[in-house]
Design a protein around this ligand. Structure first.
Ligand code: CAA
Length: 416
């Protein structure tokens, strides 16, 4: 990709080295065992990957979302689970980057950047998934402390992480200032872990329920120092994090495509390699083109986030659903190309399909992403309307509620 910088390429090479030397050989082991791969995490930290997106003044490399996405892509190409194991630390730390005080940034970010502490993001609850604003966990102020009660669901990295960005209700009567964000450390009395999920994919990274029972956190752990900013903080965090999940989708798709390329070159049927058949060629061509299109959109969204140009939230949502739908399609087609072998656990390809599925669900379902994009489109319509006014048929503007129709159908209502 000609427009990628030297720095972008450097991160790709570094991540690829870890992916090929450490991640790929261990992917199956941790998929089977479903335990946290500490040796992989150590390799990521040793390569400096844990601080790619964190500014230099807080111990990171000071590079961007695009660099982060490239690293996620390379790791996911070898193992989708390791892709999220890595990028969930960015998700957990963005609430600090977008909304914490200087003191809080200095306190928490260097621990993440060095890889000494893993971090997780606690937003979703049993009854608050897509409707994130309806969460119920509560934080009640008591002098210099907040007392947290409630439970969180689907905390990725839960148990392995030392730090948790936790969202809780601080003002139940407010509409837009209802929620606040806190940094909670593992080991705080009253903060615990309940169920560890048994998952279809991304099995090397734990996804758990977290519980808060009269858990006292000091007011200095309220992110930003001001209550009520939590929902905005979560939305800004997700705008930054979604290109990362999209990059996971690109990496998983690329990895599956490569397996399909090699397998279809070796597998012979009817006396020739199956990649000589046009139906297989068409599948490979579509898989490669869809993966490349997804990659370009992810990089465009990441570049917009880094340079603060363009509609970052809209692009983040677009690339998230496009790249992860692509991952699902490409991995399913790769299994198809592998035929009977593809369905068996003996070979790595079925894992790609299992790992792809969750990318369409977490960090906002792909239905929510389309809703976000559609909301942007509706907002943009006012400006477009002026431009296109003369070219839009008049008839469509005369619906049931226009004055003329009202006067005809309901003269009394029209007068009122
Ligand atoms: N940036 C800043 N502010 C934003 C914003 C954004 N992108 N989006 C919304 N807001 C603000 C609005 O301006 C509004 O502010 P005011 O009240 O001051 O006017 C407020 O937030 C409420 O906005 P909406 O009315 O648009 O909110 P909504 O209730 O309709 O929800 C939603 C919008 C997009 C559906 C949101 O709830 C959402 O993103 N849901 C999906 C949640 C999600 O992604 N969860 C993922 C959990 S993390 C995870 O999965 C991680 C993992 O395991 C790896």
């Amino acid at each position: 990709m000609p427009w990628l910088s030297e720095r972008n390429r450097m991160w790709r090479e570094r991540a690829r080295e870890v992916a090929e030397k450490v991640v790929r050989p261990l992917a199956r082991k941790y998929d089977v065992e479903q335990v946290y791969p500490w040796e992989i995490k150590e390799a990521l930290a040793a390569a400096g990957l844990m601080g790619v997106w964190i500014p230099k003044e807080y111990g990171g490399a000071g590079d961007g979302i695009l660099d982060l996405c490239i690293c996620i892509e390379e790791l996911s190409r070898a193992c989708g689970g390791v892709g999220v194991l890595y990028c969930v630390n960015a998700l957990g730390s963005f609430p600090i980057l977008v909304g914490a005080t200087e003191e809080q940034k200095k306190k928490y970010l260097p621990r993440v950047a060095s890889g000494k502490s893993l971090i997780a993001f606690c937003l979703s609850e049993k009854f608050a998934g897509s409707d994130a604003g309806s969460l119920r966990a509560q934080a009640v102020q008591d002098g210099d402390y907040y007392i947290l009660n409630g439970e969180k669901k689907w905390t990725t990295n839960g148990g392995a992480a030392d730090l948790y960005s936790v969202y809780a209700v601080t003002d139940a009567n407010s509409r837009s200032r209802r929620i606040s964000a806190f940094m909670v450390e593992k080991g705080t009395p009253g903060f615990g872990f309940a169920k560890t999920e048994d998952k279809m994919g991304i099995r090397c990274v734990p996804v758990v329920e977290t519980t808060f029972e009269n858990c006292r956190v000091h007011k200095s752990q309220l992110l930003g120092g001001e209550p009520g900013m939590g929902f905005k903080n979560a939305m800004e965090t997700l705008d930054l994090a979604r290109p990362g999940v999209a990059a996971q989708g690109v990496g998983v798709a690329q990895g599956a495509l490569e397996y399909a390329q090699v397998y279809s070159a070796r597998r012979e049927q009817f006396g020739q390699p199956i990649n000589s058949f046009q139906m297989i060629q068409q599948m490979l061509a579509d898989m490669a083109t869809q993966t490349e299109a997804a990659r370009q959109l992810v990089y465009a969204a990441a570049h917009a986030a880094d340079t603060k140009t363009g509609p970052t939230g809209k692009l983040a949502a677009m690339c998230k659903f496009f790249a992860t739908d692509t991952a699902m399609k490409v991995t399913t087609d790769a299994v198809q190309i592998f035929g009977g072998y593809g369905f068996m656990r003996d070979y790595p390809i079925e894992k790609y399909m299992r790992d792809a599925k969750i990318t369409q669900i977490y960090e906002g379902t792909n239905q929510v992403q389309r809703m976000v994009v559609a909301r942007h489109l509706v907002k943009e319509t006012a400006a477009l309307s002026k431009l296109l006014d003369a070219y839009i048929p008049r008839e469509v503007q005369q619906g049931f509620n226009d004055p003329e129709t009202l006067a005809q159908n309901k003269p009394e209502a029209a007068k009122a």
